[in-house]
Design a protein around this ligand. Structure first.
Ligand SMILES: [Zn+2]
Ligand SMILES: [Zn+2]
Length: 213
């Protein structure tokens, strides 16, 4: 998997272009805003975009998805159906985050746990990781040892759980069961900040310490 990272919005959310090296087919993961900037990347890189993938419904992750869908004729895929209320709440989120007004829109397809998603010839595995938000999913690519985790896990930190329907113990359980069971060399691509690895977080993440000594 080839990854191009483009930070968007004042929250510096890591929108990602993930490309299948064999077919050059690309998906956009979490286009949270700055649609013009993302469209310029697509144009300049002559990217062959297949779909839009979303980890969860926070505005800084989904804000440009509807615009890109219209501009490029793409499907929006994910997250999990349990995230629907955050899409209902998009107008409220734009006020809460101080963004331009945003009408509600919805994915074309919700994803379920362990469902395979393909981008070109790459097979990604969906893992449902509730806690930061109830319908949050991550995308695991076994062949390139990468996992795109949105706001579940960060280098030295974890996602906030103080939003409506956030749940700290559920988040911890998601990280233990769905992320820390991956090979330690797996590269973690987080929604904000720099990349890390499963191994580094298992042994160094202060929010998860005590679990692995
Ligand atoms: Zn979030
Ligand atoms: Zn975020």
């Amino acid at each position: 998997m080839q990854v191009l990272t483009v930070p968007v919005t004042p929250f510096m959310q890591n929108a990602r272009f993930i490309t299948c090296p064999e077919t050059s087919k690309t998906a956009i993961v979490d286009p949270g805003g700055d649609a013009d900037k993302l469209l310029k990347c697509i144009h300049d890189g002559q990217l062959n975009i297949e779909c839009i993938l979303l980890t969860h419904g926070h505005l800084d992750h989904v804000g440009a998805a509807d615009e890109l869908k219209k501009a490029l004729g793409l499907e929006i895929i994910g997250p999990h159906l349990d995230e629907k209320f955050w899409f209902d709440a998009l107008p409220m989120q734009s006020q809460m985050f101080g963004f331009a007004p945003k009408a509600a829109f919805y994915p074309d397809r919700w994803l379920s746990h362990k469902e395979p998603v393909s981008v070109g010839k790459m097979q990604l595995e969906v893992r449902h990781c509730p806690g930061h938000t109830p319908g949050h999913v991550v995308f695991y690519h076994n062949d390139s040892s990468k996992v795109i985790v949105g706001d579940v896990l960060f280098k030295g930190s974890v996602g906030r759980t103080d939003f409506p329907k956030g749940d700290a113990s559920q988040l911890k359980q998601s990280i233990l069961e769905q992320l820390f069971t991956l090979p330690e060399e797996t590269v973690v691509l987080s929604g904000h900040g720099e990349n890390t690895t499963i191994g580094f977080e298992k042994y160094n993440n202060p929010f998860m310490s005590g679990q692995y000594g």
